[in-house]
Design a binder for this molecule. Structure first.
Ligand SMILES: C[S@@+](CC[C@H](N)C(=O)[O-])C[C@H]1O[C@@H](n2cnc3c(N)ncnc32)[C@H](O)[C@@H]1O
Length: 245
């Protein structure tokens, strides 16, 4: 198949959620604006319209912040995550839930002889245009084919040997696992494949304390999670963990 794409495209996260926020937000704001004071059992409720209007504006703000994240914030977060690692250029790197390759490609650009493996199950609800084929187009356009490899793997059951990667990255992946016990399995898998002396940088918009707790329980050194709201234009937390030698 011929590729006519000329610029890399890393997609918009959770496009259906954004659509719902904007749609419900506009309906609620308009309904609120036009809702007159309501008289129920002789009492007049004048605040209902204001509540609807405010909730509508909140939903619109959330949807807009998610779009801003997709257009600009995610690139800021990628650089924040990559800047945490003290790169030598020969690292063996894993990007968990690589999607269209945002972190995998960013890491590859910091490598000389090292290699990045991006794993994913390419769930189409989590990211627009989320296919391995689209990720490969980005890899070609960014010129990092020789330093990257894609694998269709679930983070909960990775095929890699223990202590395989000196750097592990994961952005907005783990929250997609609905079950808490399964997220714990994923965190234990991350700890298993991280090499002694290695660093894992995990970012997500929820559950970050839960990941930190499990990773500490299995013996990793865990820094206090930090918020990156202003860099992401959206709710993003990051935790940095290291495995001692
Ligand atoms: C919101 S997207 C983020 C993609 C990429 N990290 C980025 O920031 O652009 C979440 C990604 O996690 C992947 N994912 C969800 N559950 C997964 C699992 N159990 N194992 C591996 N990947 C998973 C989805 O398919 C999706 O590509």
């Amino acid at each position: 198949m011929t590729n006519y794409q000329v610029k890399p495209n890393y997609g918009i996260d959770a496009p259906e959620v954004i659509r719902q926020f904007l749609l419900i937000g506009f309906i609620s704001a308009i309904a609120g604006w036009f809702t007159p004071p309501l008289s129920i059992f002789g009492n007049t409720f004048s605040f209902i319209g204001s509540v609807l209007f405010t909730l509508g504006l909140l939903a619109i703000a959330l949807g807009t912040s998610m779009i801003a994240y997709g257009i600009r914030g995610k690139f800021n977060i990628r650089e924040q995550m990559l800047n945490i690692v003290n790169w030598k250029g020969d690292e063996n790197v894993l990007d968990i839930g690589t999607g269209r390759g945002l972190l995998m490609i960013g890491a590859a650009k910091r490598l000389k002889t090292g290699k990045v493996i991006g794993i994913d199950i390419w769930n189409t609800e989590d990211l627009s245009g989320n296919t391995a084929g689209n990720t490969l187009i980005n890899v070609e356009l960014e010129g990092v084919k020789d330093k990257t490899e894609l694998k269709n793997e679930d983070v909960r059951n990775m095929s890699f040997a223990d202590n395989s990667f000196v750097v592990i990255l994961s952005l907005l992946c783990l929250h997609n696992i609905d079950d808490k016990t399964e997220r714990e399995v994923a965190c234990r898998e991350i700890a298993r494949v991280l090499k002694p002396g290695g660093t894992a940088v995990i970012s997500d918009y929820v559950n970050i304390s839960e990941y930190a707790k499990v990773l500490a329980q299995v013996g990793l050194k865990v820094e206090k999670p930090k918020s990156y709201f202003f860099e992401a234009y959206s709710l993003i937390w990051m935790v940095v963990v290291t495995k001692e030698r």
